[in-house]
Design a protein around this ligand. Sequence first.
Ligand code: 5GP
Length: 132
Amino acid sequence: MPTIFTKIIRGEIPCYKVAENESHIAFLDINPVAKGHTLVVPKREIDYVFDLPDELLADTMRFAKQVAGAIDRSFNTVRTGVIVDGREVPHAHVHLVPIYKEGQSVSLKNKLSFSEQEMKQIAEAIAGEAAK
Ligand code: 5GP
């Protein structure tokens, strides 16, 4: 059975997309821990990130770097943090968690709530920067 992320990649489930290329997609996490919390997902469906072939893993981090730059330029971040967990969705992905103040911890706890309109605006802002 395809993962939820494969369904998003196929367009069967909607997402707030921020960037895409032939091999990767980036969209907002539906349960964000910070404004602009983004998931970077290789389209190839492999569960464990360290099972990705070396070149694909490198491409994932290259794509994550581009998206993180777009997040940083879109909002007043200190920087963007990276988390890889993967125990909820068995499809390799990288969490990009924007950091807005020095004391902010980078974790997947403490979910925030944004309206659909806010999520749309956040995704559009990042997508706009990513396209530059
Ligand atoms: P992990 O597998 O790294 O522990 O977490 C998976 C992440 O995917 C969670 O932060 C969760 O909020 C997010 N997530 C799960 N289902 C969906 C979905 O259908 N759409 C989006 N955009 N994010 C999802």
